[in-house]
Design a protein around this ligand. Structure first.
Ligand code: BG6
Length: 489
């Protein structure tokens, strides 16, 4: 267990959805590891006092029951309208009255609507709440996604923030990097010669990277309708998973070494006319998910009635470098789908069949699947002899399941990431140049007249996405095991 230093966490957007669903549950799980003096200042618009916020808001979050009352004692509430300057003066006063051990070690977490980021940042520095060069201790600022809406707005946001903070103070969140099995991709590749030696176009046929959700846009229609799957998921989570899966081996695990290697991949990702033609976008319409009827996307609250925003995207990307020449990377993400799971599936090239080459049942490709969620683990498929028939093989799997081995799945992404901010480790946060390059890719791939395929909620998405692969004589794998996603058997 790491020793987390005493500090103050100032959480803007403390009464919002993210705070309720992810941040307070993560902080509560970290409670035992937090320094006894660490305090959380919850900043929000709603009218609470400390006791009211603790009893009405925090305890209503999705927390394990254990230790809630002692966790609540760490939390103070500060009411503030983000655009009213006086509230910041009062906040600074409150901070100055804290125990000296936590007063000057400050983490400001921006979990508000992105439009508020620059105004809040300005007020933070003007009022000395978080500044570029604090006289004592350290000030760090955590910025939730989306970091911009496109390349231009991301550049503007970054320009404004970097006037006020050093890059080393900025922690841009991509919570997929906090997921244990996204991090495990690196360990798996670089510590196992079995995979490391084969990790290139010479031996890999294709890679699939998937983050599918059963959830609809729910209450987030207002935000989502201006965003869509490419901005919401590709720009951040999917491109980061792709970069980690394909980057060159870093010389060390230092944050900048790793981020430099990821950047090189992002720069090499195709965005040419051919790539643009290999994108399938979709939007869900009414359907049944896990027995529950959901409406058309365009009937969701906050969504424009004639919206053309994509809730599904599948594509074929390539990486223009020596290692990955000619290898297709199939990415896929969507909302309101049949199954909720994220995984990376690597299919190795078959070898010429010399033995056990039964015409009806040839040996199958070796496949490595890294399960990111909801299960966490690794599965490897290989061929063994069919016990009933000496000349024929069967494809079988070896599986490692994190839960089966250790009893429960690993730390939640936010729990891990919040701890990293406290110890000042930026490895799992995106550096500006990565964000900038990802926006360049998304801006280039977002072609306004791309067809939007409608798909029924609760299915695998548009048929065109299946065709993307079948046209190349491949199949999507899915639903948490190495099997063809669209096969009915
Ligand atoms: C967020 C997106 O970054 O990731 C959401 O904004 C999406 O739209 C979420 O639902 C998915 O995260 P997870 O951890 O549930 O896969």
């Amino acid at each position: 267990m790491r020793t987390l230093p005493p500090c103050t966490i100032i959480l803007f957007g403390a009464t919002g959805d993210l705070a309720r669903k992810k941040l307070f549950p993560a902080l509560h799980k970290l409670h035992g590891e937090l320094h006894e003096k660490t305090r959380i200042i919850a900043v929000g618009r709603r009218d609470y006092d400390d006791a009211g916020f603790r009893s009405e808001f925090v305890t209503a979050c999705d927390l394990d029951k254990k230790g809630v009352s002692s966790f609540c004692k760490r939390i103070l509430y500060h009411r503030l309208d983000f655009d009213e300057k006086e509230g910041y003066v009062a906040l600074q006063r409150k901070l100055n009255n804290l125990d000296p051990e936590i007063r000057d070690r400050r983490i400001v977490y921006l979990a508000t609507a992105p439009e508020a980021f620059t105004f809040i940042a300005e007020q933070l520095t003007k009022n000395g709440i978080a500044v570029k060069n604090p006289k004592h201790g350290w000030h760090r600022i955590v910025i939730e996604k989306p970091f911009g809406h496109d390349l231009t707005s991301a550049r503007n946001l970054n320009k404004r923030l970097s006037k006020r903070f050093h890059e080393r103070q900025m922690y841009r969140i991509d919570h997929y990097l906090g997921k244990e099995f996204v991090q495990n991709i690196m360990a798996l590749r670089f510590t196992n010669p079995l995979f490391n030696r084969l990790w290139s176009h010479e031996h890999i046929d294709n890679v699939q990277i998937v983050a599918n959700e059963t959830a609809t846009v729910g209450t987030r229609g207002g935000y989502y309708d201006t965003s869509g799957a490419l901005r919401d998921m590709l720009q951040s989570h999917l491109l980061q998973m792709l970069a980690i899966t394909t980057m060159e081996e870093p010389r060390s695990l230092s944050p900048d070494e790793i981020r430099g290697k990821k950047l090189a991949i992002l720069k090499a990702i195709s965005r040419d006319a051919k790539t643009k033609k290999s994108i399938v976008l979709g939007q869900y319409r009414a359907g049944v998910i896990n027995g529950i009827m959901v409406p058309d996307y365009t009937a969701e609250p906050g969504v424009a009635k004639r919206s053309r925003t994509e809730t599904f995207a599948a594509m074929r990307l390539t990486i223009k470098n020596k290692r990955w020449s000619g290898v297709p990377f199939y990415l896929r993400t969507g909302k309101a789908l049949m199954h909720h799971y994220a995984e990376v599936v690597v299919t190795f090239k078959p070898q010429e069949c010399k033995l056990f080459c039964d015409i009806a049942r040839r040996p199958q490709e070796n496949i490595l699947a890294v399960r990111i969620q909801p299960d966490q683990g690794v599965e490897l498929r290989f061929n063994l002899k069919d016990p009933e028939n000496e000349h024929v093989t069967l494809p079988l799997s070896m599986e490692y399941s994190r839960a089966a081995e250790f009893g429960e799945n690993s730390k939640e992404a936010y729990e891990r990431l919040l701890g990293d901010v406290m110890v000042g480790d930026q490895t799992l946060f995106t550096r500006w140049d990565e964000v900038e390059e990802s926006w360049k890719i998304v801006d280039a791939l977002r072609v306004s007249n791309t067809k939007i395929h409608l798909y029924d909620a609760g299915t695998h998405g548009p048929d065109a996405a299946r065709k993307l692969l079948t046209d190349e004589k491949r199949e999507w794998f899915g639903n948490r095991s190495i099997q063809c996603l669209h096969c009915t058997k």
